[in-house]
Design a protein around this ligand. Structure first.
Ligand code: AMP
Length: 186
């Protein structure tokens, strides 16, 4: 079973994806983590990555695609995975050779997201980079919601609650989905 997380910056995707990964015993693929790790290599690609990420811009689709596909060739993902931060563009969704069974959308306003990120204080959590990431999110990533909704696999969860409440909301959606899947099978 493959589950993707979508939502704006600060919606709690990473936190919830990690919790769900532990709960379902499925490995987590965090594209941001993969990219941050790659950025530490001191070569041209690493340097470009650091610059792009610190500005809050999206990394080139081909490079992201290559990194993610490479990672997913590992047998540890053969039973499925939880994806955090991928896909972020329609182009990535189209090219990717794995499709989601379920997409969890953490519905959160920009205002709440910004407040959370400023408290977190990661290297790319400057007001400028956050604004850039949100603007790109609305332009490039948000259209994916309609795409997955049309496929009937989008689950919307209110992301403006506590970590525990959001996680309960996610588990409820998964239970509903499993039930409807059973009905489909009978
Ligand atoms: P995240 O850890 O998901 O907040 O991502 C941090 C940064 O990594 C983003 O601002 C982008 O620069 C880059 N990034 C993460 N995922 C992707 C992706 N799927 N496509 C392009 N860039 C990405």
């Amino acid at each position: 079973m493959n589950i993707f997380f979508l939502g704006p910056q600060g919606s709690g995707k990473s936190t919830q994806a990690k919790l769900l990964s532990e709960h379902l015993n499925l490995p987590l693929v965090s594209v941001g983590d993969l990219l941050r790790k790659r950025a530490l290599v001191s070569d041209d690609v690493g340097k470009t990555l650091s610059e792009v990420m610190n500005k809050g811009e999206l990394v080139d689709d081909d490079l992201v695609d290559q990194l993610v596909e490479e990672e997913l060739t590992s047998p540890r993902y053969s039973k499925g995975f939880i994806a955090d931060g991928f896909p972020r563009t329609k182009e990535q969704a189209r090219k990717f050779s794995f499709s989601p069974d379920l997409v969890i959308y953490l519905n959160t306003s920009d205002k709440v997201g910004i407040e959370r990120l400023l408290k977190r204080g990661r290297q790319d959590d400057t007001p400028e980079a956050i604004a850039e990431r949100l603007s790109i999110y609305h332009q490039e990533t948000e259209p994916l919601l309609a795409y997955y909704k049309k496929e009937g696999i989008l689950k919307i969860v209110n992301g403006e609650r506590t970590v525990e409440e959001i996680f309960e909301g996610i588990k409820d959606k998964i239970k509903d989905w499993e039930k409807s899947d059973d009905i489909g099978k009978n």
